[in-house]
Design a binder for this molecule. Structure first.
Ligand code: MN
Length: 469
């Protein structure tokens, strides 16, 4: 991707000009061939060794590598009136070739890292960049003790990452004061501490992030349920499911490992509730938030029926407002796609580096590369008429044009959408008129093949004389 991707590192400050230059060279090399190993992607041995030395350099930290990308992402965020910050965790399994200092995932013989990523997304699904990454792993000794772990204060627990993620979203809302920031998370983030934090932030700051979190815990309201027993309280979920029907709608559900893609007919309800603290922490104050219940009617009944209880600080007073909550939550899907591009497209679990600090430095580059594949995929849908040379070098688009169309070059660069058709055709995508624009997979395969063509173009193509001085 020529100088396109290296601009994500503009202004990188690693404390040494040679390191700064090296970081640009590495991202260009890896970015041109996302799923090759570091050895294969680097041009010959001297490059490979230099990249390894770079990853091993004690003064290089993953945050430094991501910092310029973060700044560029904030600039992209400021162009939007609403930005969603999705946070989620994925497993990186290095059991086959673990770094020497690797620790456990959920079992003693599974070595690797949990990768908790924060991704900025526009409400239309365009991913704007990675705004944070945290890794954690487990001590083999502590694996069987999840009961013990659950008694720890949140600062000492793995679940702290979700609270930090909400705080990060609040910081971003102060960095981008014209933009409404909404923190998004799935069921794992249904933590009482986050709702208390949101009320605390609201008292301290004029600027704070909103949130949408899918409920996991069966929380109660502070009102006795005498029919259910002497110590029972009424449940939030019952309150909302007994409230009036606000809307019905039909949505397209994307395919997951557990279900095929399908259309789902949904019933929507929403209320504002005051919620009791968890039983074991009954001295805490109550919190108040809005809930939106989305339930499928006439679903397959095989355990994949949609039943989302969404907890949110966003308004629910109009149908449009409720719809917005649902649409934003659906946009969370982008982070799942991001993880697929990162793991399957960039094959980051195949990386073989001997220590975790080296691995984490290398992963920082692949975060930016995976983001860019997503960005190109979505930009193709959202801005199809952009000239393609805004995103691709001459040697890239010209070589692909000649190879795929077998025609003379046009006078002007084709549009992004026309060019992406050619690029993804290289990636095995069938460009029939009826087909929707390509997903990220043909884009990453196409980019890999384009790199060879662009190299040949520079060496043998009509512009060769000018390029090879
Ligand atoms: Mn998750």
């Amino acid at each position: 991707m020529g100088d396109g991707i290296a601009t994500e590192l503009d202004g990188i400050e690693l404390g040494d000009k040679r390191l700064n230059d090296r970081s640009r060279r590495i991202i260009e090399t890896l970015g041109a061939d996302p799923d090759a190993s570091c050895n294969a992607a680097c041009d010959g041995w001297s490059d490979t060794l230099a990249a390894y030395r770079f990853f091993d350099n004690k003064s290089v930290q993953p945050e430094d590598i991501l910092k310029p990308h973060l700044e560029a992402t904030k600039r992209r965020m400021q162009e939007h009136s609403v930005v969603l910050i999705a946070q989620d965790t994925t497993e990186l399994d290095y059991s086959d070739h673990p770094p020497t200092d690797a620790r456990c995932l959920n079992k003693e013989d599974r070595l690797g890292l949990y990768d908790h990523t924060h991704l900025a997304i526009a409400p239309n699904g365009l991913s704007l960049g990675v705004v944070g990454v945290e890794y954690f792993d487990r001590d083999a000794e502590g694996l069987g003790q999840s009961k013990e772990r659950s008694k720890l204060p949140i600062e000492e627990k793995e679940s702290m990452r979700w609270l930090s993620g909400y705080r990060l979203a609040c910081e971003l809302s102060r960095d981008c004061p014209e933009t409404q920031i909404v923190s998004l998370a799935d069921r794992e983030a249904d933590l009482y501490d986050i709702f208390m934090e949101a009320e605390k932030q609201a008292k301290e700051h004029a600027q704070l992030a909103d949130f949408i979190i899918r409920a996991k815990i069966k929380r109660s309201i502070p009102e006795r349920d005498l029919e259910a027993g002497p110590n029972a309280y009424k449940k939030v979920r019952d309150q909302v499911s007994q409230s009036e029907l606000r809307a019905t709608q039909t949505i397209e559900l994307p395919r997951t490992p557990k279900r095929a893609a399908r259309q789902a007919k949904l019933e929507v309800r929403a209320i504002r509730v005051t919620v009791k603290p968890p039983h074991e922490r009954s001295s805490l104050p109550t919190v108040t938030y809005n809930v939106v219940l989305v339930e499928e009617v006439g679903g397959p009944g095989d355990g994949t029926d949609v039943s989302w209880l969404l907890i949110t600080s966003l308004p629910i007073d109009t149908l449009e407002a409720i719809q917005r909550v649902i649409d934003y939550y659906v946009a969370r899907w982008t982070i799942e796609v991001f993880f697929r591009v990162f793991k399957t497209g960039c094959q980051v679990e195949e990386i073989q580096l001997e220590t975790l600090p080296r691995l984490k430095n290398c992963l920082a580059f692949y975060k930016i590369i995976a983001w860019r594949i997503m960005y190109l995929t979505y930009l193709n849908r959202e801005c199809p008429t952009l000239p393609c040379d805004a995103m691709f070098d001459d040697c890239e688009w010209k070589s692909v044009w000649r190879v795929v169309t077998k025609k003379e070059l046009p006078e002007r660069p084709p549009t992004l959408s026309a060019f992406m058709k050619l690029l993804t055709q290289l990636g095995g995508y069938n460009n029939r008129k009826t087909e929707s624009p390509p997903g990220p997979q043909p884009v990453w395969v196409g980019i890999r093949r384009m790199t060879d063509l662009a190299t040949a173009w520079i060496v043998f193509g009509p512009d060769a004389e000018k390029t090879c001085v």
